[in-house]
Design a protein around this ligand. Structure first.
Ligand code: SAH
Ligand code: SF4
Length: 342
């Protein structure tokens, strides 16, 4: 096992079988986490990049079985932010010193290409990097946002198990989602993807496939999070993912993809009070503090138990900075793009 971890650390390569062995046993987790931390330190240094997250609409035309924003959820109170409010939050993000804003939403068709292009253009005037996370769109639409100034795009593949995807994402198509990733990459976006850990029926082997898939598409950012069952969805009685397994998948992603950006995800902190700090010490180098204000935070309910729903963005900025400095790291002052070469 130690040999496997050492090889992975040295070469950035592990086979599906080797990944599965490491994911199944918990005897060598400490060694795996230390190796991931060393790889992070070597390729990315001690900087932690903060990306200010703006959750601008919880309205979604899709029906993913795990997600609280799914169209059939009639319990949730829906909202969408006016373009001017999005801009206001972006200005505040800038004032907290963030270099990037992440615009995330359900697939809400209210935001036409023209509307979003003008929001992107305005935000670019603030000298911020922009990450979009707004789901599946046509290549033309992605191209328009890129031209307007968007820099990065987050679209998790969720799982590489196509049969599982078919069951959990009714009306969607795995190949189409994978094609979106290819479009985004070829349009010059920094490409973010990722998966959920602990979906009902998901196997360890398929998690190993996920990791190899990320390497194959040469993702620039990978976000891994536990699946947390939401009481307003069909998966409410499922067990959900664990903190430890999610962090292990993340650590293995670091071993194999070496110089990419990896967030310590909010869902990890939902399952463990020190979740993001532990993730930062096990391979992660990015945190995405929420800059959405007021009630919208609570209403953007992908899963229950979301952290910090009563906090202000200013509080989050101070809190996360304190934690980062507390583990001997520092908050980056640059945009935090993926380094060009290893
Ligand atoms: N609509 C866009 C972006 C918003 S959803 C999209 O789907 O790409 C952002 C992410 O939330 C999803 O990719 C999914 O991985 C995660 N998510 C949804 N429901 C979740 C749950 N119950 N537990 C944990 N993460 C969840
Ligand atoms: Fe919509 Fe994204 Fe939730 Fe699926 S995961 S229902 S696309 S918000």
């Amino acid at each position: 096992m130690i040999q496997l971890i050492e090889n992975g650390e040295k070469t950035g390569k592990l086979t599906k079988e080797e990944l599965a062995i490491l994911l199944k046993s918990s005897d060598w987790d400490a060694e795996l986490f230390q190796a991931a931390d060393r790889v992070r330190q070597h390729y990315m240094g001690n900087a932690v990049h903060l990306r200010g997250l703006i959750e601008f609409s919880n309205i979604c035309r899709q029906n993913c079985c795990y997600c609280g924003l799914r169209r059939d959820n009639t319990v949730i109170e829906r909202y969408r932010l006016a373009p001017e409010t999005i801009l206001d939050f972006a200005r505040k993000a800038k004032s907290y010193g963030y270099q990037t804003v992440v615009l995330q939403s359900g697939e809400d068709l209210y935001y036409t290409v023209d509307k979003l292009v003008s929001v992107i253009r305005e935000i670019k005037k603030l000298d911020l990097a922009i990450t979009l996370s707004i789901g599946e769109k046509s290549r033309e639409e992605y191209a328009a946002y890129k031209k307007a100034g968007a820099d990065r795009y987050l679209l998790r593949i969720e799982t590489t198990d196509k049969e599982l995807y078919r069951r959990l994402d009714p009306g969607m198509n795995w190949e189409h989602r994978a094609r979106c990733l290819m479009d985004l990459k070829s349009l010059g976006y920094e490409l973010g993807s990722g998966s959920l850990v602990g979906l009902p029926g998901q196997t360890i082997e398929s998690l190993a496939d996920d990791i190899l898939f990320f390497k194959e598409i040469d993702a620039d950012m990978i976000g891994i999070g536990p699946f947390i069952p939401n009481g307003d969805t069909p998966l409410k009685y499922e067990a959900g993912g664990t903190f430890n397994l999610s962090v292990k998948v993340m650590a293995l992603v670091r071993l194999l993809l070496r110089n990419i950006n990896i967030p310590a995800t909010t869902a990890m902190e939902t399952l463990h009070p020190q979740g993001r700090i532990l993730a930062l010490q096990r391979g992660a180098n990015v945190v995405m503090p929420n800059v959405t204000e007021g009630d919208y935070r609570r209403l953007y309910a992908l899963y229950p138990g979301k952290i910090c729903i009563n906090d202000t963005p200013a509080h989050c900025r101070g809190c996360i900075t304190g934690k980062i400095v507390g583990i001997g790291r520092f908050v980056s002052t640059d945009y935090g793009f993926r380094p060009k070469s290893e």
